[in-house]
Design a protein around this ligand. Structure first.
Ligand code: HEM
Length: 510
């Protein structure tokens, strides 16, 4: 009897939750329809519009049948034909997709904090912490003030040597493979190798730490990422995150491991303090935590220890995941456009010879910069940005109720022919010949690192890293796509090749 009662209660609770969600969803749809904003059919609040024919992110990058960029931008047409924003559903969550550059600029350049980041998924929070990427308001100002000096150009230039040394180890492995196998070509899966390499680089440059600790952080974050990818569309039931389900237990173990490893890195830096904590990212944070400019202990902490741990998580993840995909897509495009591969090699050999590149040499690689920017335009590692207004807002003709999730679809904007020209879908690095500002019909149309106050703090770091790795590969190898490559760019939080990037690598002096 008791169990029957419990069952009835559960069924009633489920019906109530369902009814409330459905009622809310219809109210949202009605509200936007009254403003002329529609979108693809909603498939029920559990499913959203996630199944075909509407997946916002599946249209920009061609598909497996047409191996190279067949841009079937169906969603783009929805926007352009109807001339404005549209509504779609991600699971139970409504999203307003904004593809008008003027509106996007209003959102991203807003200095008054009217648009804040969307609430992060709980597992994303465990994975990257509430660091600079997610904090808001005065907390953001405080964190930003502490962290900015770590990215000064003179510091970044010093890091170039470490970046190049990490790349050198990997390149040596490939050289050994080509010489021991005595084959002209070896097959390398670049996506995975670049993830390892960029994780190693961020670990050494930002935290001065060993690759063993770096690997532990890397693995914990990757496993958390896998949980995010499988659960991102699930409805978040209240209290569910506290239940000891298999997934929750796994998440708790990984969280603990991440925190312990980061604590080890931090403790050993504190223990080895000589004249200061060092001038890498971790050193800068510890300094802000413990000492005044006169070297005395602060009365009021500028960053707490928990905030430092969260920043370490943020920087570890943001600092390697995105750059590895930029490198991956650059390799892909250079193998599809071998004439550009040759051009870059000529430039690299002219400016760096066969030496390990330093920051001054890298600053002379103009065509390399153009290719990286064009890659960022066609294959932006960060595929969407999310914001919500903190009060009811008027955005152009659109009335946005407080808290409405707004999506900025970067690939869609990067292929707008009115802004980028008729060749918007083609790979043409020359559009960046006169710099980013003049590359399109409006300035700052490239959103790969975002724009405005919340733009990427690590963009110079990423560009230096990508240039040094690419320069060193081009000095030693030529490369083509492996026949086993399948073109399937996928939105797995960042844009990555779903089946990796197998390439055939050939030593230049073979
Ligand atoms: C190719 C590489 C990279 C790309 C494409 C990229 C892209 C972006 C984008 C689009 C944003 C804005 C996100 C938003 O507003 O929702 C962002 C923010 C951020 N990025 Fe990057 N990023 C890259 C590399 C890096 C690196 C190497 C670091 C650190 C070492 C880094 C750290 C951050 C941080 C901390 C923020 C938050 C900034 C803030 O809100 O003030 N990123 N990045």
């Amino acid at each position: 009897m008791a169990s029957l009662l419990l069952l009835l209660l559960l069924a009633a609770a489920a019906a109530w939750v369902w009814g409330r969600q459905e009622w809310r969803a219809r109210a949202v749809e009605r509200g936007f329809a009254a403003q002329g904003v529609r979108g693809p059919r909603r498939g029920g609040w559990l499913r959203g519009c996630n199944e075909e024919p509407f997946n916002l992110n599946s249209y920009y990058f061609g598909n497996r049948q047409k191996p190279y960029i067949s841009f079937c931008i169906k969603s783009y047409k929805v926007v352009k034909e109807k001339g404005g924003p549209f509504l779609y559903w991600l699971g139970p969550q409504p999203r307003i997709c904004i593809s008008d550059y003027d509106l996007v600029k209003q959102i991203l350049s807003n200095k008054y904090g009217h648009f804040v980041k969307n609430d992060a998924h709980p597992v994303i929070l465990s994975m990257i912490g509430k660091g600079l990427l997610l904090v808001e308001g005065t907390d953001w100002v405080r964190h930003h003030r502490v962290l900015t000096p770590a990215f000064a150009m003179d510091k970044l230039k010093m890091m170039t040597r470490t970046m190049a040394s990490c790349a050198e180890c990997l390149i040596k492995e490939w050289e050994d493979q080509t010489s021991t196998r005595k084959s002209i070509e070896i097959e390398v899966e670049f996506s995975k190798q670049f993830q390892d390499l960029t994780a190693d680089i961020i670990c050494r440059t930002a935290f001065g730490s060993s690759s063993k600790e770096g690997k532990e952080i890397f693995h914990a974050q990757r496993q958390l990422l896998a949980i995010v990818i499988t659960t991102i569309l699930n409805v978040q039931l209240p209290g569910f995150k506290y239940l000891p389900t298999k997934r929750n237990r796994c998440k708790w173990t990984l969280e603990k491991k991440l925190k312990n490893t980061l604590m080890q890195i931090i403790q050993s830096r504190i223990a080895s303090k000589g004249n200061g904590y060092g001038d890498d990212l971790l050193g800068v944070m510890l300094d802000a935590c413990f000492s005044t400019e006169q070297g005395e202990k602060r009365d009021e902490l500028v960053l707490t220890m928990d905030e430092i741990i969260d920043e370490c998580k943020t920087f570890f993840f943001a600092g390697h995941e995105t750059t590895s995909h930029l490198l991956t897509w650059t390799m892909f495009l250079l193998s599809v456009y071998p004439e550009w591969q040759d051009r870059l090699r000529v430039e690299v050999l002219r400016e760096c010879g066969k030496e390990k590149p330093n920051a001054d040499m890298l600053s002379k690689l103009k065509e390399m910069t153009m290719v990286l920017l064009e890659t960022l335009r066609l294959y932006p590692p960060v595929i969407s940005m999310f914001r919500k207004p903190i009060t009811d807002m008027q955005l152009g003709r659109l009335h946005l109720p407080r808290g409405t999730a707004v999506v900025i679809p970067i690939p869609m904007l990067h292929r707008d022919k009115e802004v980028w020209g008729d060749d918007a879908n083609e790979f043409n690095p020359l559009r960046f010949e006169n710099g980013v500002i003049k590359a399109a019909k409006i300035p700052h149309a490239l959103l790969g690192f975002s724009i405005g106050p919340r733009s990427c703090i690590g963009q110079n770091f990423a560009m230096l890293e990508a240039k040094s790795v690419m320069a060193m590969i081009l000095q030693k190898f030529s490369f083509t796509l492996s026949p086993s490559y399948v073109h399937a760019p996928a939105d797995l939080i960042t844009l990555q090749p779903k089946f990796g990037l197998p390439m055939l690598l050939r030593a230049l002096d073979a």
